[in-house]
Design a protein around this ligand. Structure first.
Ligand SMILES: Cc1cc2nc3c(=O)[nH]c(=O)nc-3n(C[C@H](O)[C@H](O)[C@H](O)COP(=O)(O)OP(=O)(O)OC[C@H]3O[C@@H](n4cnc5c(N)ncnc54)[C@H](O)[C@@H]3O)c2cc1C
Length: 327
């Protein structure tokens, strides 16, 4: 058992002032504490931030919402404004984890939860994300790749980002507000943009500097059209996405006027589908258009031996969700 210090910050300034190298912020602990038990995370001090940021969902400027980083996942999914105006987000959150986990998990912690790559979680294997320069077991012949990336991976890492909420926030174009130890001022990071692709530095999941604290997530006014979230997983509860789609679709007079699509389970970051969106714009809202859009997006896929099925799955899921939103 490794010992560690514990403090609870009263506000954001106290939290970032307490941050030192080797420390970690603690939200609900549903991911971090698991990783500490596995020996993957070894912080020497925990700064509890569940009272350091807002635990409320407030009306934002121009008809959007401002979600405090300490809002629990269950409270976010239950918020009437979220359910009515951002169904894609409510569904994504409800599709994640279990009631018990969602009651503990915070918005900030959900966005920064770490990959479920089996090699990242097993300290006895090589993993460039866990130990930079040690190699990537997922690239070895016979590796277990079924849950790994098909888009945007590098020779150093094929891990996927696990958060369902982040996929919906990417489709919605949310902004993540953070404050850090160096600049006390807050900055806003538009989604996608918080999470990064692995390149040669997979140990960095996000663009955050050490000690930066997520304080809130700002939702812009709801985009026009209908929205939904669809997740394919190995069982109906308690399972991470093999592939998921967050979709917002606006159709007028039988033509696609606007769309916002993001994929989960396929890359090191939530994957905004710019190619599919562009392929659909101004086209008839038909199954053929949707199949073509999905094809355009997946043209960039580079599956590993053993996860080729994800390409077909993602293609079919995009088309099916768009048809569902059109009917
Ligand atoms: C059995 C199980 C099933 C699950 N299934 C799913 C699923 O299907 N889909 C899904 O999306 N998730 C799933 N999860 C993951 C779950 O959603 C996350 O564990 C949870 O959202 C993390 O939130 P937390 O507040 O507990 O974070 P913590 O575990 O407290 O922290 C996670 C990370 O975020 C950092 N952090 C926390 N708050 C802040 C902040 N405000 N600013 C900066 N850094 C911060 C911590 O330092 C840590 O690195 C599952 C978890 C379990 C245990």
């Amino acid at each position: 058992m490794r010992s560690f210090a514990y403090t609870r910050a009263a506000d954001g300034h106290e939290a970032v002032a307490a941050y030192r190298q080797g420390a970690a912020y603690l939200g609900g602990g549903t991911n971090l504490v698991d990783l500490m038990r596995l020996g993957v995370a070894t912080p020497d001090s925990l700064i509890d931030v569940t009272r350091a940021t807002s635990g409320q969902v407030d009306d934002g400027p121009g008809g959007g919402l401002l979600i405090g980083a300490a809002v629990r996942n269950s409270e976010l999914a239950a918020d009437l404004r979220v359910r009515e105006r951002y169904p894609v987000l409510a569904r994504a959150v409800l599709d994640g984890a279990s009631w018990q986990v969602r009651n503990m998990a915070t918005v900030g912690g959900n966005l920064l939860q770490r990959t479920r790559c089996p090699y990242f979680q097993d300290v006895l294997t090589a993993c460039n994300k866990r130990r930079p320069g040690s190699g990537c077991q997922a690239m070895a012949p016979g590796a277990e790749t079924a849950n790994l990336a098909i888009l945007g991976q590098s020779a150093a890492c094929a891990a996927t980002h696990p958060s369902d909420m982040a996929v919906a926030l990417t489709a919605l174009g949310a902004t993540v507000h953070v404050c850090g130890p160096d600049s006390r001022e807050e900055r806003g990071i538009p989604m996608p943009g918080l999470h990064r692709l692995p390149e040669t530095t997979p140990e960095r999941d996000t663009v955050l500097a050490p000690g930066e604290l997520i304080t809130a997530v700002e939702l812009p006014p709801p985009p026009p059209g209908r929205s939904t979230y669809r997740k394919v997983r190995e069982r109906a509860s308690f399972a991470f996405a093999l592939v998921s789609v967050a979709a917002v679709l606006e159709v007028a007079d039988g033509t696609v006027t606007s769309s916002r699509l993001a994929l989960g389970g396929v890359a090191h970051a939530p994957w905004r589908c710019h190619a599919a969106e562009q392929a659909m714009r101004g086209e008839p809202a038909t199954a053929d258009t949707y199949a073509g859009a999905a094809e355009a997006e997946l043209a960039a896929a580079r599956p590993l031996p053993g996860n080729e099925y994800k390409v077909t799955l993602a293609r079919n899921l995009i088309a099916a969700v768009l048809e569902e939103l059109t009917s």
